[in-house]
Design a protein around this ligand. Sequence first.
Ligand code: COA
Length: 337
Amino acid sequence: MAPITGTTGAPHARILGVGAYRPARIVPNSEVVDAIDSSDEWIQQRSGIRTRRWAGPEESVQMMSVEASRIAIERAGLDVGQIDCIVVATVSHLLQTPAVATAIAHELGTDGAAAFDISAACSGFCHGIALASDIVRAGSARHVLVVGVERLTDILDLTDRGTAFIFADGAGAAVVGPSDTPGIGPVVWGSDGEKFDLIRQREDWRDVVGSDTQPGSGVMPHLTMQGNPVFRWASFAMAKIGQQALDAAGVSLDELDVFVPHQANMRIIDAMARSMKLPESVRIARDVADQGNTSAASVPLALDRMMAEGEARSGDTALLIAFGAGLSYAAQVVTVP
Ligand code: COA
């Protein structure tokens, strides 16, 4: 057996910079309600959403990712050539292959960075941060760019009462790099595949295209969701996962400054904060009110906004938690860059 040289990485990893791209078009509830026989009052009361952003034709998954990434790299104080790995979390890059990450790496001008997509729906960004932390500490790359991006309007049925008012578009990015002290805590992650059908693409692409013996539907397979069971699962089970991530990082509730949960629904955010008994001093991300639910982009968008508005300051301790289709989830404590 030939001896193989092992890898050695940085002692620890941390987030070095965060960036965001929000589509230009702001869509108020009044533009959504007619097609789903709803009202501004109902949507605000059930979800806390007042407006969302929907991408225009030019605001592709790739374009939004590149814009958010350029900002994150600049804020990290790096040149793009120093990014040697890109992880893109998305479920709305509609070309099955290749991964959009390679196109993003090329457009950014990286020096042939390793680049791949991951599919973990709304929890994708927190999965990406966990991977990036491990990659940096293992020595497989020095600076990893993690992107969470969605153009969910491409797969939304605007006449579906359960989803049309919730989902939206955008991109967020973070650069993870080496650190002398821990800046990203252990990830607490998992899945519950028994609930596979609760949020899903309605049908397989083969059912759309059809076969020699079976005609296809020819209709875009939209996103479907059984909102009520998802709501109950997220409100209760996810609070326990948040606490586990704090315990794994050795951080007490009193030491927590910022809570950035997936921006699914304001009632879920409030229920989690109550279940976790977060002290009044913890500042809570509430980006969903005017951004909608942007799936993989929601956590970095919310964190970016808190940093821009001074609610999350450099050196603060933040709990990130994201959950969604699969069902899948991931949470970790991080230091705000
Ligand atoms: N507008 C107005 N009324 C609506 C409606 C809409 N868009 N959708 C459903 N309703 C009505 C229903 O017909 C029902 O009426 P009824 O009481 O007369 O029968 C009533 O509202 C309650 O329906 P229900 O489906 O039980 O609503 P809900 O309280 O569960 O709220 C959601 C619906 C989607 C807002 C809620 O389930 C939710 O937010 N779930 C989690 C979704 C989420 O965050 N997913 C992302 C995770 S990644």
